[in-house]
Ligand binder design. Structure first.
Ligand code: NAD
Length: 360
């Protein structure tokens, strides 16, 4: 297969970790007979330095023309970098918000997986961590409370703020379909999370999810209230496969799920639109404190590339090969500085990329 990938290395550790992901993709290409064509594009602080803006319209068009986008991270040290003296709409993060909007990325996927070898970093009780977990938090990204009308005004002499939570049935249906589609590639279970005992938007959410579920007889599904879900994530995370939820609940629950895995350098993410197109990036930021030192953990970006193979290119066995290679280097006790512990071997960012590429 011939795959056209727009590569946005970005700022900080972005160029280092994305280069390792490309190395691993090339190893996959050589083994399975695929060609990955990369077009490198600028976004974030590096684009500000060259073009004066964090994202140009031309880059948006080039990204749209690709099959998928592989992104590192953008931004610098928010206290010291001159990028943060610019008005908010000119700062690096504005590029990220703009590209997500332009590409219509409404579904955000964040896997939370506990590796046996990294159980020591999991903050949960040993008997819970011992059971392991492997879930996908699926968050609606372009609707709900963060996008509704808002205002702050004085009502009868009292300052009053209003935020509006709106969802229409089409917005719910398209994310529910994505959620069930992704469950079909996993253990075929969906937990739809809402607050249907209180919110109208949640009652509509529940109704539409039930309608969509009828088209997926192989997938078991359940509804769970968000407060209960927050508790269950720390009490018994092994019960979850796909956790499907709206924007604000997903924002909070995905951070909670990340936290229980114990390491930011291991967490991949994907944002998808209605087609097979997606933007794939590590969950962490540009880590300016370790940038340029060949110290960063490239695994989150390498696993994001595996998600790209699975969800954009339908290359399940190739994605499995990357995930197995990551598992293998951990079994062999290789660690970057963020996950190193006694008895393990410290390796650099590029050495970690070499080790994983060699095991694909
Ligand atoms: P951060 O995730 O960059 O760093 C937090 C801590 O985690 C740091 O100590 C860092 O060294 C460490 N870390 C992160 N990724 C790592 C990796 N792969 N390997 C080893 N250690 C890693 O968060 P921050 O410091 O709050 O933000 C730094 C910059 O990144 C800011 O400009 C912020 O706006 C930006 N940011 C960008 C994105 C994005 O591009 N999607 C996301 C979050 C933050």
């Amino acid at each position: 297969m011939n795959c056209n990938i727009a590569v946005i290395k970005g700022d900080g550790i972005g160029p280092e970790v994305v280069s390792e992901a490309m190395k691993v993709l090339d190893a996959v290409g050589a083994k399975y007979g695929h060609t990955f064509n990369y077009e490198q594009l600028l976004m974030g602080g590096c684009s500000i330095d060259v073009h004066g803006v964090p994202l140009t319209d031309e880059v948006v068009e080039r990204a749209k023309a690709a099959d998928a986008v592989l992104l590192g991270s953008i931004g610098g040290n928010t206290s010291t970098s001159p990028w943060y003296k610019l008005p908010p709409e000119k700062r690096p993060e504005a590029g990220l918000l703009k590209i997500r909007k332009e590409l219509g990325l409404f579904a955000n996927l964040r896997p939370a997986f506990l590796y046996n070898e990294l159980k020591g970093a999991c903050p949960l009780k040993e008997e819970i961590a011992d059971k392991g977990f492997d879930m996908m938090i699926m968050r609606e990204l372009t609707g709900g409370l963060y996008f509704g009308a808002r205002e702050t005004k004085e009502v009868d002499g009292v300052m009053t703020a209003v935020d509006t939570l709106t969802y229409n049935e089409n917005e719910i249906r398209r994310i529910a379909i994505k959620g069930f589609d992704i469950a079909m590639k996993r253990r075929k279970k969906v937990t739809s999370v809402d607050k249907a005992n209180v919110l109208d938007s949640s009652r509509l959410w529940r109704k539409i999810v039930e309608e969509v579920a009828k088209d997926y007889p192989e997938v078991t599904y359940e509804h769970m209230l968000v407060d209960n879900c927050a508790m269950q994530l720390v009490k018994d995370p092994a019960q979850f496969d796909v956790v499907l939820t709206e924007n604000m609940f997903g924002d909070i629950l995905s951070d909670e799920a990340s936290m229980i895995t114990g390491s930011i350098g291991m967490l991949a993410s994907a944002s998808l639109n209605e087609t097979k197109f997606g933007m794939y990036e590590p969950s962490g930021g540009s880590a300016p404190d370790i940038a340029g030192q060949n110290k960063a953990n490239p695994i989150a970006t390498i696993l994001s590339a595996a998600m790209m193979l699975r969800y954009t290119f339908d290359m399940d066995k190739e994605a499995d090969a990357i995930e197995a290679a990551v598992q293998q280097v951990l079994v062999e006790n290789y660690r970057t500085c963020d996950i190193v512990s006694e008895g393990t071997t410290l390796v650099s960012c590029s050495e970690m990329g070499d080790l994983i590429a060699a095991r694909v």
